[in-house]
Design a protein around this ligand. Structure first.
Ligand code: NAD
Ligand code: LMR
Length: 376
């Protein structure tokens, strides 16, 4: 890997400059020249960041086609952080993946140090720092996401085990493939060696959708909307908690006087946005999902702005009296390395009923996949 980094980041002219600038200098010995050269290379390598290796499953799919280019361009880890990609697909999609790799090559991304494309889970998760589990079947019109459990659930046992066997010691995993909360539960329980706080399921797309709806209604820019937590499941029971959301630092319920809209149409629009996109596009959201993956990883790796929070499903520790061990979306904040569930967020009777309903659904999904989870 070092060699690959060196080749990409130290162009041939750099070495030529060192030698030519020394060539006419007769005061110093050749040994000095050589030492100076190696010292310079050592200093360059020292300051060069080690690439973050990211595995993406379903890399030849719709989301993959948007996501990979965002990661490679620096949107996920920043403009000075090299990245390496491990792209995982099933055998029938390997030819398509070859084309995606050709396109990545043709972008000549300065930050992209290495690409490995494979259908082997062991190879694909080898030494990865992040695993983005996208690969799985999307739903069609008329289906709920949980209808995919029978098809997709079992994919995540093998992936969880392969991550445990092969990934880097700091591995963090984000599950996107639906139903993502319960698929993540399956993967996490298949890899008991990995600490539970390293597993996440994506509800950020719902948060982003909700913020846009609120901003439109209030006539403000979306960046004015903060503190919008999604509670529970990435499904049509999820609860976008407008009661604790803010617009320019004021409660949303003060700025938007139409509380019927907030309690009704707003929640329903966010809950059913995925289905509305499938109905309009004939395929499920892809670019906005890839964007939400970038947002989730960034939010987990840079400090959360003071007083704000973001949404991601994590393994519940029982906070807010919700079922311990399920993958529940909560308001989360981080200092950039470790995260916490934000405590003390007010939950009124309306919110409590909505949160209970979505967690109840997660419990039912858990019970439906009991054969894929450890006994007892
Ligand atoms: P897609 O069908 O375009 O691509 C899925 C890819 O996964 C395909 O290339 C397929 O070959 C691959 N795949 C299937 N099984 C695999 C396996 N076992 N290992 C590796 N790769 C495998 O679908 P898409 O639009 O990219 O969506 C992928 C998943 O993401 C779906 O389950 C979808 O419902 C979900 N999704 C979740 C969110 C969210 O917010 N959590 C948002 C959008 C989509
Ligand atoms: C979404 O929210 O867009 C995805 O989960 C895809 C879907 O099935 O709705």
């Amino acid at each position: 890997m070092r060699r690959a980094v060196r080749e990409r980041f130290l162009p041939p002219e750099a070495t030529q400059v060192v030698w030519s600038s020394n060539r006419g200098d007769r005061i110093f010995s050749p040994i000095f020249h050589q030492s100076a050269f190696f010292l310079l290379v050592a200093v360059l390598l020292f300051f060069m960041k080690t690439p973050i290796r990211v595995a993406v499953t379903g890399a030849a799919g719709q989301i993959g086609y948007s996501l990979l280019f965002r990661i490679a361009s620096g949107s996920m880890f920043g403009p000075d952080q090299p990245v390496a990609l491990n792209l995982i697909e099933i055998e029938p999609a390997m030819k398509a993946l070859e084309g995606v790799v050709m396109e990545l090559d043709d972008c000549a991304f300065p930050l992209l140090t290495d690409i490995r494309a494979t259908a082997s889970l062991d190879e694909g998760f080898s030494s990865v720092n992040w695993a983005l589990l996208v690969g799985s079947v999307p739903r069609k019109a008329g289906m709920e996401r949980k209808d995919l459990l029978g098809i997709n659930g079992k994919i995540f046992t093998g992936q969880g085990q392969a991550i445990a066997r092969n990934a880097a010691s700091d591995i963090r995993t984000l599950v996107v493939g639906n139903p993502c909360n319960t698929n993540c539960l399956i993967a996490m329980n298949s890899a008991p060696e990995i600490p539970k706080e390293r597993w996440f399921a994506m509800t950020r797309l719902d948060e982003n959708r909700g913020k846009t709806q609120i901003a439109r209604k209030a006539g403000v820019h979306v960046t004015d909307v903060t503190n919008l937590a999604i509670w529970g499941n990435h499904s049509s029971t999820q609860y976008p908690d407008f009661y604790n959301a803010q617009i320019g630092g004021k409660p949303v319920t003060e700025v938007i006087s139409d509380h019927d809209w907030l309690q009704g149409e707003f929640i329903e629009t966010v809950q059913k946005r995925g289905a509305a996109i499938i109905a309009a596009r004939g395929a499920s959201s892809a670019a906005s999902a890839a964007n939400a993956i970038v947002d989730t990883v960034r939010s987990l790796t840079v400090p959360t702005p003071s007083g704000d929070w973001f949404s991601v499903a994590v393994c519940s520790d029982g906070s807010y009296d919700l079922n311990r061990g399920l993958m529940i979306s909560y308001p989360i904040r981080t200092d950039g390395s470790s995260w916490e569930i934000v405590q003390g967020v007010p939950v009124n009777d309306f919110s409590r009923a909505k949160i209970s309903a979505t967690v109840q659904e997660l419990q039912e999904e858990h019970d439906a996949v009991a054969d894929l989870l450890p006994k007892g």
